[in-house]
Design a binder for this molecule. Sequence first.
Ligand code: ADP
Length: 755
Amino acid sequence: MLDNAAMTKLIFDLFDLERKKLETGELLNRFGEELRFIFAVEKVETKVLDKPNSVTPVEEFTANTMKPVIDNRLSAYSSFKELVDYFNMGYKSCIIFPVVSNGKVISIIKLLSKQEEKFDKDVSNALTISTIILGYQIAGRTEQEKSVNVAKYFDAAFNSIVPQFLIDANGAIIKANKSMLILFSASSREVIGKNVKDFFQIDANMLASLKRGIIAETRIVDKGDRRFKISSSQVNEKILHITFYETTEMRDLEEKTKILSYSNYEAMLMMDAKGTPIWVSDNIDKVLKLQKNALLGRPFVEMLLEKERIKSGIAAMGDGIYADSARINVGNGVFQDIRLTFFANQMYGLSCIIANSPYESAYRNIEKNFDELVKLSADAIIFIDPLGYIQRVNKSAENIFGYREDELIGGPAAILYTDEEQDKLPRALSLAKQEGTISNIFAKMKGKKDEAFIPCDQSVRSVKDQNGNLAGYIIVNRELKTKYDLDEAQEILEDKEREIEKLQAESELKSQFIFNISHDIKTPITNIKGFGTILYNEEHGPMNEEQKGYIKIVIDESDRLMDLIKQILDVARLSSGKVKLELQPVDLKKLGDNPSIKAQEEVATGKGLMFSWNVDYNVGEVNIDPNRIIQVFVNLITNAVKFTEHGSIMVNITKKGKNIRVEVKDTGIGISKEDQRKLFRKFYQVHRTELTVQQGSGTGLGLSIVKEIVNLHGGRMGINSELGKGSTFWFTIPISGKKKKQKEPKEASSDSKSQ
Ligand code: ADP
């Protein structure tokens, strides 16, 4: 479907092209490009029909019938060979149509599409209208161009369908072309030597002005009311070449624009220089409640209610386009809403496409009956009288503003506006009164429940009665749901943020509590262990074996308790984000020699396990906090050793893009999938096996500490494991040391390097 806008653009571009004064071939090509764009087809071919023998059968057919050929389902059986060729090239539909100028087909334009059923009646109509305009433009232009160099063009001109004379300075006819002779049904002999005045209403003054190149208008003598425009060019001192454009040729146009008669909502009008319609398309009575004769012969714009505005619009449009909506008097003071597109017509003055606007009329009907459509609309629609009192509201208005219909009707519309927007309504009304409609007003409206405002995109339209007097206004409020939702989302977000802040504060309090408690516990444990050791060493007298055994348990348990406290402290600090990493470049190859790690290696080899520390050749220095990373290694290796009885422990360090990847691989008992998922939770321990009982149970905090440290470094951590076969704990760390954003520590902790 070709919409109005596309059609208007096409016509507009056509006039734009005309202004560029292109050569006919070039003009056609550009026009072809326009068509390709507007109709979105793959290919447009244009052909100027100047060499008769190069015409293909389908072109000839189009040229002879002057009608478009449409094939919307090209196939191997299409009627012309050329169409079969197009099918073979992959096209599915085509339209081939003539450009007619002065009754002659001067060119053929082909549109080819890879889509089936591309060219419907609308496309064909639009193309026909635009090529008619194009044809007239070309006719006008070529005659002008030709008259610049008369001698050269003479013969061609004399074959033209446009009637032409060669006359001398007094107006005596030297030569007349065939068209002229046909026009007068006279032979050459009957015309030559006579004065042009015998055939046309031309006087001496007009002749003089023609000599100066001024275009004049004339009528034919004794042949009814046939009008002509004449233009002249001087061949030499004595001879004047005169061309006649028959403006009554409009009938021809009318013939060709018969296609318009299919349209129920668009009609066309051509006006003379004074704005009086001289041609009206046949379907006018379908579009307007007016007969053709009611339009012909009286100034068109005068019939419009907004005539002053339309007049100044036309005056300002130059040779472009002017579109507006207006109301036309269709008699008895009844006005009909129409949409008008005016464009300059070089030969005749002004053309206009008239479209009836169902929307405009629908709005107008609202005035009479607030119909179902409005009632059902999702927009809040309010009808107020000229003084601003509510007359009608629809269901949506009740829903959006939360009032019942009877609470609103009769009351001032101002109650629906927030206090700060009170001046918006009177301003909108006074504008709507002048302009008809104003839209896109952002209004903060107010509902019955006096809470947050209701954001609306508003349009206000003034409504007039049959006599053109103000009857009231229609206010259409579209609730800006998205904005509203956004506000709501914003509120939820703020709530959540407050919640997070609260939780953070709580968590900080908890950390602080753990921190304090742990500190308080450390001292007595140190004392217990200290005094236990004194007793155990028998510094204050001997003990029997049983007593020593008990004291040993006290010492061991206080060690375990101390470890636990230290780990709890570490976890609390790490997860509160108070730990600040001390990053520095570290060579991981050398890290394997660190005493803490070496100690673990010894435990492993002591247990009969193989131990290897492998660093890829391309792993250079990495920016890490060495103490913390050693803590990670010690933790992972300790676990590996703890849960492996046979085989090996391998530490592999490789470079993976911008990260290093560390794997601690063992051939131990492995971890089930179920447990792998929960492994990094605080205090989580895999269901204890005999083995772990023997090894002494840990705290279940080690891996969560490890993970916190890796995260702090901006890295990731994971595990691959199979029960019975072994586990690989891996983590990555950015080489550049880009660590995770962390809070500034609020206190410099003295224990930051504990463990
Ligand atoms: P713990 O201090 O108890 O070792 P971790 O957080 O370091 O705490 O480990 C949690 C649990 O994960 C351990 O109790 C153990 O069951 C399991 N685990 C850790 N490393 C390994 C491993 N290399 N092989 C098998 N199980 C492991």
